[in-house]
Design a protein. Structure first.
Length: 234
């Protein structure tokens, strides 16, 4: 019971840790997106600065020349086509650099998000692996406990069968011994009855002989005595 409670507490801790990790990772994923809304302005490179300086120098020269215009050449205003072309030439490198910077920031943010997603996936995999290992260990322990219980029941059943066989064997031996004793007692009783019958028969014969001898005449008694002597001599 204590082991089951510990396993349940471990699973709860693992689930809480997984939720906390996923929440922190989602917060980290949201952080770069909020920062991308206002990309930093990249400073102009040396080539853009040189082109800008050349453009500004030319414009200064043109403005200086326009301060004393010659006869028949009107002064160029700020809205003239030449001025617009110069501004576009001066601004276009900065646009390209800003676009390149935004692209680099987007690539970096995507890489960062991918890294965070990979870390989150690895964390989830580790948590899932830990939970899987805990479940596997719990199933293994449960299987081992069931096997142990079955083996104990099997041993008890074998012991019970052996005890029953031993008891049956002892009862059979006791029955055989009682039967043998009864047969011997019956034989002794029969021999005793036969001896008593033989003794009674002998006593009866003696009594009959004595009674018959007392009734015979002396001559017959003498003949009988002679016959008995002859039989004894033979």
């Amino acid at each position: 019971m204590e082991r089951a409670e510990e396993e349940e507490r471990a699973e709860v801790r693992a689930e809480v840790e997984a939720e906390r990790l996923s929440a922190s990772l989602s917060a980290q994923q949201l952080a770069p997106r909020s920062g991308q809304s206002s990309p930093a302005r990249t400073p102009p490179s040396s080539s853009s600065r040189s082109s800008a300086s050349r453009a500004s120098g030319g414009s200064d020269a043109r403005s200086a020349g326009s301060a004393t215009p010659s006869a028949g050449s009107p002064a160029r205003s700020l809205g003239s086509p030449e001025r617009r072309v110069e501004e576009e030439v001066r601004i276009s490198p900065n646009k390209e650099e800003r676009a390149e910077g935004r692209q680099q920031q987007a690539v970096g943010a995507a890489t960062h998000r991918g890294t965070l997603a990979a870390r989150a996936a690895m964390g989830r995999m580790r948590v899932q692996s830990a939970v899987t290992v805990q479940r596997w260990v719990r199933r293994l322990l449960q299987k081992w406990a069931e096997e142990k219980k079955r083996s104990i029941l099997r041993i008890k059943r074998q012991q019970r069968e052996e005890e029953e066989m031993r008891r049956a064997r002892e009862e059979a031996e006791e029955r055989e011994e009682r039967r043998r004793q009864r047969v011997m007692a019956e034989e002794r009783e029969r021999a005793k009855r036969e001896a008593e019958i033989e003794a009674a028969r002998e006593r009866l014969e003696k009594r009959v002989a004595a009674t018959a001898g007392a009734r015979q005449p002396p001559a017959a008694a003498a003949r009988q005595g002679q016959q008995q002597q002859q039989q004894q001599q033979q």
